[in-house]
Design a binder for this molecule. Sequence first.
Ligand SMILES: [Mn+2]
Length: 424
Amino acid sequence: MQIEKYKIDDFNQQQEQEHKRKFEVLASSLNNVEGVLQKLVDFQIGIPSWALGTGGTRFGRFSGSGEPRSLEEKIEDVGLLHALNQSSGAISLHIPWDIPQDYKAIKALAAQHGLKFDAVNSNTFQDQPDQKQSYKFGSMQHVDKAIRRQAVEHNIEVIRHGIELGSDALTVWLSDGSSFPGQLNFRNAFENTLESLQEVYAALPDDWKVFVEYKAFEPNFYSMTVGDWGQSLLFANKLGPKAYTLVDLGHHLPNANIEQIVSLLLMEGKLGGFHFNDSKYGDDDLTTGSIKPYQLFLIFNSLVDGMDARGMDHATSLAWMIDASHNVKDPLEDLLQSVEAIMIAYAQALLVDQQGLKGAQQENDVVRCQEILQEAFRTDVRPIVAEARLRTGAALRPLQLFRELKVRENLINERGLKTVATGL
Ligand SMILES: [Mn+2]
């Protein structure tokens, strides 16, 4: 299914009068509206190929209908999102769940939808059917050199796929660790992992980056070999200038101060990528902004402040991606909601009076500091986010149009009621 441009224009025309009224009221109360709008227009969020099917839990998976059955259909799905919001202009592939067969055709299809290929993701947390050695006791940390070698070769293979697609980054998330005290020696596990990552690093093209993603627990429950930002930063620093830490919002222990983490990683020039989701308890992979929108805003405030301090381009300096999937929503509707929440938090962060905040901090005026932050957070920025969409030819209200055009019903007609997306 393709969404024709005239359908978006017709829809916007019906909404435009009301939109303009709200936008003008908001714009009249803000400084530098045009600057904020341009930043919103430029900001693109990668969609992972594994988020397009219905997710599941350890206990079950309730498949949706009309899910993409192939990489081509996944690209088509991201193309639909991008047509609706013009903010989802990249797709992130997971190898081996989505191995491209014909690079040229896949690249042409993505280009046709206005999509780029974001970071490619390796997988050494599962055994594949044709795999020689098992990752049951880890991959890059493994005591057996042959297993470490297999993990390294897989990552180099992923880089090769990425090069063909025009990607320029590899994300490595390792499930390595231990579930019981004494199961492994922490130093050996770290050193084996470092040696393996060094071999992968050596295979990176000059203009590539590698992102070392950390996670506090799960699937291992006693120790994770890349368990927090300190461990990830240690690896990134030891590896070299092409290695960065990747922050996934769901990969922290409860109540971790993620805004402080991103602030310090940016200060060190070592924040490379970002995975959005939301959670109440652990790595819940819920819709971004659905549980803790204030935390999301505070994180964006740290990101904007930290990127501006280093003169970084917000849109291109970091790899922004959603990493979520759950089992009770239509995945495309869920992704539209996540992108909207990200754009809202970003817009609010752009409105923070950074000069005023710095002044209040200098005077230890704690009350004014809070007022300045909450002034931005409590501003309803939805009209400005919608205006950015209008200017790029996207829908003023993407979710509403998705439903009005019966996108899912169309996909079910094309793909069938019982389809299961590859990978999950
Ligand atoms: Mn992630």
